[in-house]
Design a protein around this ligand. Structure first.
Ligand SMILES: C[S@@+](CC[C@H](N)C(=O)[O-])C[C@H]1O[C@@H](n2cnc3c(N)ncnc32)[C@H](O)[C@@H]1O
Length: 393
C-alpha cells in the first residue's frame, strides 16, 4: 500500500471510530461508547493492574483485545505495521569518548538512529541536537563535517567540549529553529533530527523543502508542542481535525517508564482527578476544563497541601476543614477507571501517530524526495521509534 492509500485508510478509520478516541476518560467519566458497548466497558473496568500494563505496553495486543469486541478494528493491525530497521550484527557499539555524557537509554537510541541513517554524502546538519550526541557519533562514522543546531547556548557549549574531547569535526550554532532565517543552514545538507518536537520538526520539513536539503532523517516526537490550537495537515487530502489535546494521544505511552515513574504517574493522575472533583464541588467548574501542568515536585508535599497549593494557583477558595480522606479515595477510584477505560482510546494511539508520520512522509514525497517510513528501534528503547528518511531525486 503506498503512502497516500495508507494515509487515507487510516484517516477513514480514525474518523469512523472517533467516538472511541476523541473523548478522554480523564475529562468525561463515561464516554458515549460505554453506553453503546456496556459489556466492553464492564470488561475493561474489571481488568487487573498487570493486564492494564501489558495491554498499554503493546499496541498489537491492544488492537487484538479490542478486535475481540469489535472485529472490524482488526484492520488497524495492517495499517500500523512498518518495517523495523534492525541493527546489523557487526555494528560497532558507541564507546569511550563518543559515549561521554550520554545516559544509557539515550546512547542506545542514538546508536539505533545512526545505524538507520544509511549513506551520508553531504555535510550533516543536526537539527535541535542538544549537546549533539547523535552528531558526534555521525561525525566519527560518516567522514562528513557536522553542524549541530540548538537554541540552548549551554547545551551548545557542552557539546563543543564533548566534540573537542572526541576530536571529531563537529561545530555548533546557537539558533532558534522556529526563526525563518535559521532554515538557510539546511541548504544542500543531510539533515538529521532525533526526537524533535512538534513545531521544531515541522520547521525542519518546511525548511528542508524550501532550501533543497539533500536528505532528511527524522524521528518525530511531541506532536502536540505546536503554536496552532488545531492541527493543520500538510497535505490537501488531510481532513482530520485534531486539537492540541488530541495530538497528545500518540505520545501517552510510557513503555520505557520504570516502576517508580509509574507509581508517580499514577499518584499524579489520582490527585489531579481528586482536584477536578474538589474544583467542581467548590466552584462549579466543569470536569472538562483543563488546567496548566502541575510541577512534579509538588507531589512531595502530600495530598492536602498539594490540593491547597493547586487550588490557590487556580483561584479556588478551600475551607479550613474538608474531608481529604474521602477526596483522595475518590481520586484513586477515578484513576483506576481512567486507566482502564483509556485502553479503548489507546487502541487508536499508534494509528494516529502513523497517520501523523504519513502526513510528513507524503509532504516530503510531494516535494520530490524518495521517502521511507520505518521503525528505527524497538519500542522498549523508545516508543517514539518512527523514522522518516528522505533523499532528494
Ligand atoms: C527533545 S530534545 C532533543 C535533543 C536531541 N535531539 C536528543 O535527542 O538528545 C529537543 C531539543 O530542542 C532544543 N530546542 C527547543 N526549542 C528550540 C528552538 N526553538 N530552536 C532550537 N532548538 C530548540 C532543546 O534545547 C533540546 O535540546
Amino acid at each position: 500500500m503506498d503512502f497516500l492509500a495508507r494515509y487515507l485508510a487510516l484517516q477513514d478509520a480514525l474518523n469512523r471510530y472517533a467516538s472511541f478516541w476523541r473523548p478522554a476518560p480523564f475529562h468525561i467519566a463515561r464516554p458515549d461508547w460505554c453506553v453503546q458497548y456496556p459489556e466492553w466497558a464492564a470488561q475493561a473496568l474489571a481488568l487487573d493492574d498487570s493486564e492494564v500494563e501489558r495491554l498499554n505496553a503493546d499496541n498489537v495486543a491492544l488492537i487484538d483485545w479490542a478486535a475481540h469486541r469489535l472485529p472490524a478494528l482488526a484492520e488497524l493491525q495492517a495499517l500500523i505495521e512498518l518495517p523495523r530497521l534492525e541493527l546489523p550484527g557487526d555494528a560497532e557499539p558507541v564507546s569511550g569518548h563518543l559515549a561521554w555524557a550520554m545516559p544509557g537509554r539515550k546512547q542506545a537510541q542514538v546508536e539505533a538512529f545512526a545505524e538507520a541513517v544509511d549513506t551520508i554524502a553531504k555535510p550533516i546538519l543536526e537539527w535541535c541536537g542538544g549537546k549533539g550526541h547523535l552528531g558526534r557519533l555521525l561525525a566519527a562514522r560518516a567522514q562528513q563535517p557536522v553542524l549541530s543546531l540548538d537554541y540552548d547556548a549551554t547545551l551548545c557549549r557542552e557539546g563543543e567540549l564533548l566534540a573537542e574531547r572526541a576530536q571529531v569535526d563537529q561545530r555548533f550554532v546557537c539558533a532558534d529553529a522556529l526563526y525563518a532565517d535559521t532554515a538557510h543552514h539546511l541548504a544542500g545538507c543531510h539533515a538529521v533530527a532525533l526526537h524533535a518536537c512538534g513545531d521544531l520538526h515541522l520547521a525542519l520539513l518546511h525548511g528542508a523543502v524550501a532550501h533543497h536539503a539533500a536528505a532528511v532523517d527524522l524521528s518525530p516526537c511531541c506532536y502536540y508542542r505546536t503554536a496552532d490550537a488545531v492541527y493543520r495537515p500538510l497535505n490537501p487530502e488531510g481532513t482530520l481535525q485534531l486539537s492540541r489535546d488530541e495530538l497528545h494521544l500518540p505520545v501517552t505511552d510510557t513503555a520505557t517508564a520504570g516502576a517508580r515513574d509509574r507509581r508517580l504517574r499514577d499518584r499524579a493522575m489520582a490527585w489531579k482527578l481528586a482536584f477536578v472533583q474538589l474544583r467542581e464541588a467548590l466552584a462549579n467548574v466543569p470536569s472538562t476544563r483543563t488546567f496548566k501542568p502541575v510541577p512534579a515536585s509538588w507531589l512531595a508535599l502530600g495530598f492536602e497541601p498539594w490540593c491547597r497549593q493547586l487550588a490557590a494557583r487556580e483561584g479556588i477558595n478551600v475551607p479550613a476543614h474538608y474531608d481529604w480522606l474521602a477526596l483522595e479515595a475518590h481520586g484513586w477510584q477515578r484513576q483506576r477507571e481512567v486507566m482502564r477505560l483509556s485502553l479503548v482510546r489507546h487502541v487508536f494511539r499508534r494509528p494516529l501517530e502513523v497517520w501523523l508520520a504519513l502526513d510528513r512522509a507524503l509532504y516530503l514525497e510531494r516535494a520530490g524526495y524518495r521517502v521511507r517510513l520505518a521503525e528505527f528501534c524497538g519500542r522498549e528503547l523508545t516508543p517514539r521509534n518512527l523514522f522518516i528518511s528522505a533523499r532528494q531525486g
